[in-house]
Design a protein. Structure first.
Length: 426
């Protein structure tokens, strides 16, 4: 089967699937499949609410490339490459939640035919593709894996809100269930990527490579967060320490911060869980997760400490939190740790305003039971202001004018504000 003969279906049209589907549509007949009819309707109208694909690019794909989004299984039955890009969250106890992957595998099983290829992009621990997903495809389709149909794995590397490292510029890891299929999968991705691919020797190696990318970042940020706690207790500015240390040629310069989102704060749990099945207790990864998950409460308590030192009554104080998304200039609120700041502060006051011009108020209310505003209330002043997210709208915001008094506290989580106007920073 030649590349030019392929018809691609991307299952899951979120932050990962939609940009990938749009890119493939520039060279191949491509269909996007999603269970959410509202999402499909919005995309076909030419708008991506995640803001990952610009409206002009999406409209061009729909109008000029024949890109179609659907919830109808009959419209994807004639595809021969199925790419699964659904979320891989964790349960409340931080164990992997594979239900979206299982469901997507059932969907593929209902439509896959002999000779077809299914490629998974969702982040998983080594073994999920072959041990969890493909048996479902076999069962539903009554086809034999590596006899009647084949598989590949190419882990997603989408960075939400990043307009430089877009999908076509990302170097992708690829793999296949046989050497021949690995070549086909690699060629497929290479045909649309600017910076090419790295072909892994097996699906499990490709799965493992993705999960350690995010686990490494989690551990590194945890170290910086631990240093921030130490230096803050000692009255030393952490950012000054990092700048000094970074003058050495081999120092890796990182900053402390909140670790939220769907990747770094979630993916390590998949490897932690699988490691324990093999009798290995990943102490460093586990400690990093525990430390990073506690940073929201730490920021809230440090803000309260600053308020107490300045004589600001914490009980019933008016507090402004700037930003609720997990990162700047992006509407993605998944697993945001700003929520932890908010909930910790509600132990002292209910007068908390969360201002975020990027986030969906409807989604924040549904997911977190938090009311947010997209514009600052006119004339309102605050006893404490916490810059939680570095949205560009906040950079030049006159925070002094928002202070209720000279004693009001400004806490800078992101370390981007002028030092002469803040009381503390992470």
């Amino acid at each position: 089967m030649e590349l030019k003969e392929k018809k691609i279906c991307v299952v899951g049209l979120g932050y990962v699937g939609l940009p990938l589907a749009r890119l493939f549509s520039t060279k191949y007949q491509t269909v996007g499949f999603d269970m959410n009819q509202r999402r499909v309707d919005t995309l076909m109208a030419g708008h991506d609410a995640t803001l990952e694909v610009a409206d002009d690019l999406l409209q061009d794909a729909v109008n000029n490339c024949g890109f179609v989004c659907t919830t109808d299984l009959d419209k994807i039955r004639d595809c021969n490459v199925y790419i699964v890009a659904v979320p891989t969250p964790v349960n409340d106890d931080n164990t992997p939640d594979l239900k979206p992957l299982w469901g997507a595998s059932e969907t593929v099983g209902k439509v896959i035919n002999k000779g077809d290829i299914v490629i998974y992009e969702s982040t998983v621990y080594p073994g999920v593709t072959e041990e969890e997903c493909l048996p479902i495809v076999e069962k539903i389709s009554s086809l034999k894996f590596n006899v009647d149909f084949y598989a590949g794995y190419s882990p997603e590397r989408i960075n939400p809100g990043d307009k430089y490292h877009t999908v076509e510029k990302i170097k992708k890891v690829t793999s296949g269930s046989t050497p021949e299929i690995a070549e086909i999968v690699d060629g497929l991705y290479n045909s649309v990527l600017v910076n090419g691919t790295h072909k892994a020797p097996s699906i499990k190696v490709a799965e493992a490579s993705k999960i350690i990318e995010n686990s490494q970042r989690d551990v590194n940020i945890a170290f910086m967060n631990e240093l921030a706690k130490i230096f803050n207790a000692m009255g030393i500015d952490t950012h000054d320490v990092i700048e000094a240390a970074a003058s050495k040629w081999n120092f890796i310069k990182l900053s402390p911060g909140l670790v939220g989102g769907h990747c770094i704060s979630v993916d390590p749990y998949y490897l932690i869980q699988k490691a324990q099945v093999y009798g290995v207790l990943p102490r460093i990864m586990h400690s990093a997760r525990r430390l990073n998950d506690g940073m929201g409460a730490y920021v809230a308590n440090q803000t309260v400490k600053c308020m107490n030192k300045k004589g600001v009554m914490v009980k019933d104080a008016k507090i402004l939190i700037l930003g609720i998304t997990f990162k700047e200039n992006c509407p993605d609120c998944r697993n945001t740790k700003i929520v932890d700041i908010y909930h910790t502060l509600t132990e002292y006051t209910q007068n908390i305003t969360v201002y975020d011009p990027w986030a969906s108020a409807e989604r924040c209310k549904h997911e977190y039971k938090i009311d947010i505003v997209s514009e600052l209330p006119a004339g309102k002043k605050y006893d404490a202001i916490i810059l939680g997210v570095a949205h560009r709208e906040f950079i030049d915001l006159d925070l002094i004018a928002l202070k209720a008094s000279e004693r009001s506290v400004i806490y800078d989580v992101k370390g981007i504000l002028q030092r002469d106007i803040i009381d503390a920073r992470l």
